[in-house]
Design a protein around this ligand. Structure first.
Ligand SMILES: [Mn+2]
Length: 347
């Protein structure tokens, strides 16, 4: 559908990116997950989906990398009410545990609160897995929009179950390899630990931009052998400072990935000037253009991006900058994913 037929001007504001597509007409369906039960520092990630939806209206649909990616149809599902409700219950319980420093000790009250959080997380994961699997079975590309980084666990599970030998490209400031951070089994800081431990079908994890982590996490990553490849921010920066170019580094990163890839993107993998209000910002990180270039190298490599998640976008008070960047990143993730599947053409 060329722009004239879509009549984009008259439909602006109707759906994500101002597009008119219904779920049935869309190749890409965004699953919004307003969840931030276990955030440990700054809050606001549960407003990620609504703020990205709002900011998406001002993203120009013309894309310099991919020819008319919107023609495949892009649709965001309504924000699930049950998730909002579970998040509220789980967050209230989690705060009790967090205020006690994650130390439940012999307190029955705190033990109950911890059990509530873990039970709600399990419920969320089952919901996200079921909805993702339904969409994938209907031939949709799933783009999960968090939420904190624990939100996509069920979507990653569904992707692993329907794609043999799936690899994960993980862009983040953090390893997210902590076991039950603050006692929460499904903490935002534990997602990749859980994915590696729970799903033997995850054949490979490639982490990029990592720069704030514990010794135990680094040891855990190293212990996984060839199943995990880490491109620490410090090492990428040193390589660049010594004259290696980003294109070559991207080739090295992509070479670690198998044929089918899920992208799990924590916005804090970017330099915090692109996400000043994210929950756990860390200096350093990727430039927006570096991240986009890396996605392009992946899409052009002949590998298939089967789906993706974008997390930890948190709107600031009185500023839509974080949501603006989030919406633009969501569009780029979508465009490269479609191109990698031959459902949109590279320019
Ligand atoms: Mn993360």
């Amino acid at each position: 559908m060329p722009e004239e037929i879509l009549d984009l001007d008259s439909t602006s504001g109707s759906g994500i990116f101002g597009l008119p597509f219904k779920e049935s007409e869309a190749a890409v369906v965004y699953l919004p997950v307003p969840w931030e039960a276990t955030v440990s520092y700054g809050s606001g990630a549960s407003k990620g989906p609504s703020s990205i939806l709002k900011a998406s209206a001002q993203v120009d649909l013309y894309d310099v990398d991919v020819l008319r990616p919107y023609e495949a149809g892009l649709h965001m599902l309504p924000i699930p009410r049950e998730v909002r409700s579970w998040n509220k219950t789980a967050r209230a319980a989690a705060l009790k545990v967090i205020r006690a420093g994650g130390n439940v000790g012999g307190s029955r009250r705190l033990r109950q609160a911890l059990d509530t959080v873990n039970a709600m997380s399990a419920r969320l994961n089952a919901f996200v897995r079921r909805r993702s699997a339904e969409l994938m079975a209907a031939g949709k590309i799933v783009g999960l929009v968090g939420g904190d980084h624990s939100a996509p666990y069920g979507a990653i599970q569904a992707a692993i179950e329907s794609n043999a030998g799936l690899g994960l490209l993980h862009i983040d400031a953090h390893h997210d390899l902590r076991r039950a951070y603050e006692g929460f089994v499904h903490s935002h800081a534990s997602i990749l630990y859980n994915v590696l431990s729970d799903f033997p079908g995850a054949s490979k994890l490639v982490q990029v931009g990592i720069r704030d982590f514990s010794e135990r996490e680094a040891e855990f990553a190293a212990m996984q052998g060839s199943r995990v490849a880490v491109f620490y921010d410090r090492d990428l920066v040193r390589a660049k400072f010594s004259g290696r170019n980003w294109a070559k580094l991207c080739d090295e990163i992509v070479a670690e990935l198998p044929q089918s890839v899920w992208i799990t993107f924590d916005i804090d993998g970017l330099d915090p000037r692109f996400c000043p209000n994210t929950g756990t910002p860390v200096p350093g990180g990727l430039d927006f253009n570096e991240a986009n270039f890396l996605l392009g190298v992946l899409a052009r490599s002949g590998r298939k991006i089967v789906g993706f998640d974008l997390n930890e976008v948190s709107p600031g008070r009185g500023s839509d900058w974080d949501a603006n960047v989030g919406a633009r990143l969501l569009y780029k993730l979508t465009a490269w994913t479609l191109a990698s599947q031959g459902r949109a053409k590279l320019r």
